[in-house]
Design a protein around this ligand. Structure first.
Ligand code: ADP
Ligand code: ZN
Length: 721
């Protein structure tokens, strides 16, 4: 631009209606996408230039843009992505922008290029706060004062005090390590004929340099990862950046090592527990295009991509791609949206694709590549059903006699068995045997779950913890509190008693996190344990070569829920967990305990007949007008006072516009009627596929302003019921 523009429309990372106008000072060169600092009230804020306007006779009251950052502007594609996402989910664009600016370090000035690290000397005085800071500082990463303070959850004054005491020393902030250039021929297997054909099909799509969604549909262990690596290599060869999205849980070391072997260098990683400096490195590397491969959780979509040319969504059916707090969005759907805006292909990979995706394939909107054989082992594990109505188990045991015998034989043969139960903790429910009182969370309408290893009761909705009471809090009878039903911890207790010789590993997110969990998974892979007990954490992505038997303790959990995707979830989970068996030299099998053996889904599972399951599921959804045949949206109204919240919800119901093809259900108490002390009511909006549900919602909510403690959250395409 030769002439300086007069006005900058700056989007701020706040829930505002749109960008705010600022005057561009003489001589300041801005372009759309520039990161700037602008005043807002008494504050200075970072924002992004959304548009520039030349306007003569400008409003004299406008304030000036303060500073502009010397970094690559946020590309147009990304800005359009933010606008689209904001319109689709009815979420202020500023809230979406906030997800992009998730690296405060990237915006620090030269003053902030000083870091602190721990010294040998102890501070004069030790407090829990100081100890936390030192513990983090001793991990060996020099960090900025603000970042160190944030990581330790203390104020920066604590850092200053420790520096004064000599327990921390100031050093120059180390330079960010550059990202190495991937070596496209570093590794990779000689692909089988089928794999080669699949890889070729994906490469051809990448070569088109257009938007196209491809489903990579292959049974577990068929080599989907190896195949999509080839698509990634093709996009990299064309000079692009690639994003490999994983459901958060799957960001494991072995997987990252596979990426590293294939591309000869460690990929950039993006997830919620990165250190600030690494966060900054990845953020900057993505912005300047030097980070070529990013393996990340859903939020990696919002990194400021310079020239993204391919997104691979692994395990595309995973519900972990749906974010429920903050901006509720679905990362798989938004990856497809990003691809359509950026005109590049998106690969969706799964052994159990979502019904949404399969119907898009049926409709010809998505292409598909199939892998039908397991690599080097043609047969998939056989799935057997155990009819729990017909077996007699000892009271208080959850492993039925037939499953017990199979596990015993497996262990005796020197093989590994897995018992799967998708329930954390010791028992989902605790009751008083004298009065029937059940222990509930004081903040949520939900039972407290006993966690015996931690010796606590825990609410799985808000994280509330309390000790297990000895006496009933209601009738005060002593010693009558009993656990009801099993969680993994209780199952492990039973297993320890009934298989005294077994080396048992429990894999649950409560018991181990981070490196501990990675180590445990590695030990299982190496066969150091022979009986593994776990939640869905173990069901996915892992490769346990010694595992030959999978026992599913309760297959009915999701089927019995009110979730319209309960059937789909059950299918996916069963197929995934069964797929852990028989990945090594020996064939594997799965035994599924169910009270519903005659259920069509269980029958289809037993026969390994995906098509019959799918046809039945499609019919159910189509009849009910549920996705992907119809559309859903939810509005959650919450507030501190139940009556007030309900009144507000009812008044909102009265002004719902009447629109053909749209049904408004509710308000009704939300499936979890109280969370964190807030009462919740819900509307469910069912719309025909061709109806613009966003326009309807906008019309309805146009003048609605919740007051006081009341709040309103729209959830387009809700997932969790
Ligand atoms: P999926 O992603 O479909 O579950 P993976 O890509 O993880 O399958 O492959 C399963 C296992 O088979 C992995 O250990 C992988 O390294 C191995 N594998 C896949 N394809 C080949 C091949 N062509 N040659 C050798 N090993 C392979
Ligand atoms: Zn709670």
């Amino acid at each position: 631009m030769t002439r300086d523009s007069a006005i900058a429309e700056v989007l701020l990372p706040l829930a505002l209606d749109g960008p705010y106008s600022y005057r561009v000072p003489e001589g300041m060169a801005l372009e759309p996408g520039s990161y700037v600092i602008v005043p807002l009230g008494p504050r200075q804020m970072i924002g992004v230039v959304w548009a520039l306007k030349d306007e003569a006779g400008t409003d004299k009251t406008l304030r000036d843009v303060g500073e502009v950052f010397d970094m690559p502007p946020l590309p147009e594609t990304h800005r359009r992505f933010i606008d689209w996402l904001s319109a689709y989910y009815l979420e202020p664009a500023g809230n979406v922008l906030r997800m992009v600016l998730r690296s405060p370090g990237a915006f620090e000035g030269p003053r902030e290029q000083i870091a602190y690290r721990a010294t040998e000397s102890a501070p004069k005085r030790m407090t829990p706060q100081r100890a936390r800071v030192l513990e983090i500082a001793r991990e060996g990463f020099a960090m900025r004062a603000a970042e160190l303070a944030e990581a330790a959850g203390v104020g920066t004054s604590v850092i200053k005090a420790l520096a004064k005491d000599g327990a921390l020393e100031a050093v120059a902030l180390p330079a960010l390590k550059r990202f190495p250039e991937p070596d496209l021929n570093a590794g990779g297997f000689a692909l089988s004929k089928d794999q080669q054909a699949a890889a070729e099909a994906l490469r051809a799509v990448v070569a088109q340099r257009q938007h196209k969604v491809m489903l990579l549909d292959g049974v577990t262990g068929s080599g989907k990862t190896e195949v999509y690596f080839e698509a990634m290599a093709a996009a990299l060869a064309a000079g692009g950046q690639v994003l490999l999205l994983l459901p958060e849980i799957a960001l494991t070391q072995p997987f990252l090592e596979r990426v590293e072997r294939r591309f000869g260098c460690e990929p950039a990683q993006w997830h919620s527990d990165l250190r600030p400096r690494e966060r900054e490195r990845v953020w900057r590397g993505v912005a300047d295009g030097t980070a070529k491969i990013v393996v990340g959780a859903r939020s990696a979509l919002f990194l400021p991509w310079k020239k993204l040319k391919l997104i691979v969504v692994d395990e595309e059916h995973e519900s972990a791609y749906k974010q429920d707090d903050g901006v509720p969005y679905h990362a798989r759907d938004m990856a497809v949206l990003y691809g359509s805006i950026g005109k590049f292909p998106v690969v969706l990979s799964s052994a159990t694709p979502s019904l949404e995706t399969l119907v898009n394939v049926d409709r010809g909107r998505y292409g598909v590549v199939r892998l039908t054989d397991r690599h080097g082992r043609p047969e998939l594990p056989e799935i057997g059903l155990i009819d729990m109505k017909r077996v007699t188990s000892e009271p208080g045991t959850w492993i039925s006699p037939p499953l017990f015998d199979e596990v015993k034989t497996t262990l005796e043969q020197g093989d590994q068995a897995l018992l799967f139960l998708n329930r954390r903790g010791y028992a989902p429910l605790t009751l008083c045997r004298a009065c029937g009182h059940r222990l509930e969370c004081p903040n949520c309408a939900a039972s407290l779950v006993e966690h015996r290893f931690r010796r606590q009761l825990m609410c799985h909705h808000c994280g509330h913890l309390e000790p297990m009471p000895k006496d009933c809090p209601s009738c005060h009878t002593e010693g009558k509190m009993v656990p009801v039903g099993p969680g993994v911890e209780r199952l492990a207790e039973e297993a320890a008693v009934r298989f005294p010789e077994a080396r048992i590993a429990i894999l649950s997110s409560d018991l181990s996190r981070g490196t501990l969990l990675r180590d445990a998974i590695r030990d299982v892979e190496e066969g150091q344990f022979n009986l593994v007990i776990g939640t869905q954490l173990v069901a996915k992505g892992h490769h346990f070569p010694h595992l030959t038997l999978v026992g599913v303790v309760d297959a009915d959990l999701a089927l019995e829920s009110s979730d319209p995707r309960g059937g789909e979830r059950t299918w996916a989970l069963m197929a995934q967990v069964a797929g852990r068996a028989g990945r090594g030299a020996k064939p594997g099998r799965a035994l599924v305990q169910t009270y519903l053996p005659e259920h069509p889904l269980m029958q289809a599972l037993k026969k390994g007949d995906r098509d019959s399951y799918l046809n039945q599921e499609k019919a159910i959804r189509e009849n009910a007008g549920l996705p992907p045949y119809g559309r859903l949206a939810a509005i959650i109204i919450s507030g501190n006072d139940a009556a007030e919240t309900e009144r507000f919800a009812r008044s909102l119901g009265l002004i719902a516009p009447l629109v053909d093809g749209i049904t408004v259900l509710g308000p009704a108490a939300a499936p979890i009627a109280m969370v964190r002390g807030r009462h919740r009511f819900r509307f469910l909006i069912k719309a025909a596929r061709e109806v613009n549900v966003q326009a309807f919602l906008r019309l309805w909510l146009k003048d609605v302003k919740p007051k006081g403690s009341l709040s309103l959250q729209v959830d387009v395409d809700p997932y969790n019921f």
